[in-house]
Write a protein that binds this ligand. Structure first.
Ligand code: GLN
Length: 438
C-alpha cells in the first residue's frame, strides 16, 4: 500500500514505536528505521521501557546519510528490547504482526522494519543485525534483507547490543533498493573507527557463479519439511541461472550458537550498565536512597525479562577467573569459523542455507518456547554474523501462505556478489505481496 494512514496501519500491525503525523509527499523516497538507531525529532527507545522519553539530539550516521540523499523518515520501528530476540515479542512498545498473518511473528529483532518493508510501496527500512536480526525478519515477512560486512556501515548513533557484532543494513520488498541504498549508508565515518578499515564499495563488478551448501547446517537443527523442499527448489532455480552448486562440510558451524551467545551477552551486559536512571530516558526515582539501591530498583523495574537474563548470562561469562572458560574460548571459536569460511570462499562465491528453519510461528507457539529453544532457532543466521560476513536473505517460496527465505553468505566486503544475485533472483522468482488491509 501507499505510505499513508500510518495510524491505522500501526493499530493493526504495530509497526512503529513512533511515527510522523504527516508524510511529506514531495521527497525522493520514504524510509523507516529500527528504533535502536537514533534520529533527531524522534524518541529512541531500542524497544526498552528504560529508554522511554529519550530524545536524542543527533542523527545516527546511517540516518543522516539517508536524509541527505533525499529520504523522509516516517517512523521508528518496533523491535526486541535492545535487539534481544528472534520474534520481536520482547518489545516494550507493541509487538509487530506479520503482514501475511497477524497471528504470526514478523521475526526479530528488526521485526517492525521487515513489517514496514512488506507493507509499504517504494519503501526501504534500516535494520540492525547482531546475530541474524535482518535476515530472520526478512525471511518471515517475505522481503529482501541485506546485512553488510561488519564495519561497512557506521555504527555511530546505534544503541549497541554487541559492539563487535552489530551491523546496520537494509530491508526492502525490491531487490533493486539494495544497489540503490547500500552505497548511501556505507563508508568510512570518523565517528566509528571500525568503519575505517573498509575497502571501497564497488558494485557491478562481481557476478555470483558458484555456491556451496554446508551439509551439517541442513542436518543439525530440525529444519521443517516445507523449508527443506523449498530450499531444494531454490537450488534448481540457481542451477537454471548457470550457478554451480556443491555440497561442502563445515562441522565447526555447530559451535556458532554457544560462542555467539557468550560473546553477545558479554558485550550486552557491559553496554546495558549505562542505563541506570541518570542519563537517558526514564529518570524519576527516589533520590534519597543509597545510590546502588537507586540503580537496582530502577533497573529491576524498567528492564524486561530477556534483558535481565542477558545481563545475568553475560556478567557470569565475564566473571573474574572464568574468562578462559567462556569468553576467550568463544573468541577462538569465532576465529576458527572465520578461517573455515575463508577457505571455502577461495572456491565459492557464497555459502547458502535456508534462512530460518521454519515459517514464522504463531504467537501462541512462541509463548511456550523456552529461552534456550528460541536461541537455538538462530543456528543458520548466527554463523555469518559471528564471522562479520555480509549476507542476504531472499524470499524463495511459500508454505501455508507464509514466506520462506534463502540465505546467501559471501566473503568479507563482497556485498557486490550478493546484490548481483538479489537482482537476478528477483527476475527468476515471483515474490508475493502480502494482502494488507487497514
Ligand atoms: N536472535 C539473536 C539474539 O537474540 C539475534 C538478535 C540480533 O541480531 N539482534 O541475540
Amino acid at each position: 500500500m501507499k505510505v499513508e494512514n500510518l495510524e491505522l496501519v500501526n493499530e493493526k500491525y504495530n509497526v512503529f514505536s513512533s511515527f510522523v503525523g504527516d508524510v511529506e509527499t514531495d521527497t525522493l523516497f520514504t524510509f523507516s528505521a529500527k528504533d535502536s538507531l537514533v534520529a533527531k525529532g524522534f524518541e529512541a527507545t531500542a524497544g526498552s521501557m528504560i529508554l522511554k522519553g529519550y530524545r536524542p539530539p543527533f542523527d545516527a550516521t546511517s540516518i543522516r546519510k539517508m536524509r541527505e540523499a533525499g529520504g523522509f523518515l516516517i517512523g521508528k520501528t518496533n523491535m526486541d528490547e535492545f535487539g534481544f530476540g528472534t520474534f520481536s515479542v520482547n518489545s516494550a512498545f507493541g509487538i509487530p504482526k506479520n503482514p501475511f498473518d497477524t497471528e504470526r511473528s514478523c521475526g526479530g529483532s528488526s521485526g517492525g522494519s521487515a513489517c514496514a518493508a512488506a507493507i509499504f510501496d517504494n519503501h526501504v527500512s534500516l535494520g540492525v543485525s547482531t546475530g541474524g536480526s535482518i535476515a530472520c525478519p526478512a525471511s518471515f515477512c517475505g522481503v529482501y534483507g541485506l546485512t553488510p560486512s561488519y564495519g561497512r556501515v557506521s555504527r555511530y548513533g546505534l544503541i549497541d547490543y554487541g559492539n563487535s557484532l552489530d551491523k546496520v543494513g537494509l530491508l526492502s520488498f525490491r531487490a533493486s533498493d539494495l544497489r540503490k541504498y547500500l552505497p548511501v549508508i556505507s563508508g568510512i565515518d570518523e565517528h566509528d573507527p571500525t568503519s575505517a578499515v573498509q575497502p571501497d564499495l564497488k558494485l557491478g563488478q562481481k557476478v555470483m557463479k558458484s555456491v556451496a551448501i554446508p551439509r551439517e547446517a541442513l542436518m543439525e537443527g530440525n529444519i521443517s519439511k516445507d523449508v527443506l523442499k523449498c530450499f531444494e527448489e531454490s537450488i534448481e532455480i540457481l542451477k537454471s541461472m548457470s550457478i554451480d552448486v556443491e555440497y561442502i562440510s563445515m562441522p565447526i558451524l555447530k559451535y556458532s550458537i554457544p560462542a555467539y551467545y557468550v560473546i553477545a551477552t558479554s558485550e550486552a551486559s557491559t553496554n546495558l550498565a549505562r542505563y541506570c536512571g541518570m542519563r537517558y530516558g526514564q529518570q524519576e526515582g527516589d533520590l534519597t536512597v543509597k545510590f546502588d539501591d537507586y540503580f537496582s530498583s530502577f533497573r529491576s523495574r524498567y528492564f524486561g525479562m530477556e534483558a535481565k537474563r542477558r545481563i545475568l548470562l553475560g556478567t557470569y561469562a565475564r566473571m573474574a577467573g572464568y574468562a578462559d572458560k567462556y569468553y576467550n574460548k568463544a573468541v577462538r571459536v569465532r576465529e576458527a569459523i572465520i578461517a573455515d569460511y575463508r577457505k571455502h570462499f577461495e572456491r565459492f562465491d557464497a555459502v547458502i542455507t535456508p534462512t530460518m528453519p521454519f515459517i514464522s510461528p504463531k504467537f501462541d507457539d512462541i509463548s511456550v518456547m523456552s529461552a534456550l529453544d528460541s536461541y537455538k532457532v538462530d543456528f543458520l543466521t548466527v554463523p555469518p554474523n559471528i564471522a562479520g560476513l555480509p549476507h542476504l536473505s531472499v524470499p524463495c517460496g511459500y508454505s501455508e501462505k507464509m514466506p520462506i527465505g534463502l540465505l546467501f553468505t559471501s566473503a568479507h566486503w563482497n556485498e557486490d556478489a550478493l546484490i548481483d544475485i538479489a537482482e537476478r533472483w528477483d527476475l527468476a522468482f515471483d515474490v508475493r505481496h502480502a494482502d494488507v488491509i487497514v
